[in-house]
Design a protein. Structure first.
Length: 228
């Protein structure tokens, strides 16, 4: 019985330590699109964690929230011929913080039951998101002819979402040589002057000092002779 109790205790400690090591949620990005409706409605969210990983979650509700300022975005920046995904940081009312990601809508025309999409989130060293890349479907799907073949495509495939995180890295710092000194009048490089020695630089300061020392050394001798 004691061995079994000790085993259970060790198991609980292991589970507790494993739960403490799980990465914490850093930021949530809401994902909106205009695939099924002309308005931009939320279809999921991207979650970023402290260990540099991320995952996508679909919200799966019948009446998802719509994106604020969607009309202004549609009139100014978004081509209706494109399939557009808007990624907005959660709890942010700043329109400039939105990431507008567009691809050709024909890439989504597929006969397959599954449609793959990829988000690449670029982060700075402090964890701030400064850019997002997006890709979905295949370019071969755009080769489908309009009409019968397009009507046979699956209008509601299952979307498989993948999220990758790219951390910003400091590149190598180049060793820059000193800038050349160019003479404007001749267009030629001016050669630097050779370095002078200490005596060559400050000889005019040393001569008066030496002269004073010489004069100061002769006076005591004269006074001594007078006393004699």
């Amino acid at each position: 019985m004691r061995i079994a109790e000790l085993a259970n205790i060790f198991l609980l400690v292991a589970l507790a330590s494993g739960s403490e090591q799980q990465a914490a949620l850093v930021q949530t990005l809401n994902v909106f699109d205009n695939r099924k409706t002309p308005d931009f409605v939320q279809r999921g969210e991207v979650q970023l964690f402290t260990d540099g990983t991320a995952q996508y979650h679909g919200i799966g509700i019948q009446q998802p929230p719509q994106l604020s300022l969607a009309n202004e975005l549609a009139e100014q920046n978004i081509d209706p011929a494109l399939y557009t995904v808007i990624v907005q940081p959660q709890n942010s009312n700043n329109d400039s913080a939105n990431f507008v990601l567009s691809i050709r809508r024909c890439r989504l025309n597929t006969d397959a039951k599954r449609l793959e999409e990829t988000f690449v989130v670029h982060q700075k060293d402090n964890g701030d998101v400064f850019h997002i890349d997006y890709d979905a479907g295949k370019s071969e799907n755009c080769a489908r002819k309009e009409g019968k073949n397009q009507q046979q495509s699956n209008s509601n495939p299952t979307v498989l979402s993948r999220v990758l995180v790219s951390q910003q890295k400091q590149g190598p710092v180049p060793r820059l040589a000193a800038a050349a000194n160019i003479d404007v009048s001749t267009g030629k490089e001016v050669q630097p002057e050779p370095q002078k020695s200490f005596l060559a630089k400050y000889w005019y300061y040393l001569i008066p000092i030496v002269f004073l020392l010489l004069l100061g050394g002769e006076e005591p001798q004269q006074e001594g002779n007078n006393r004699r």
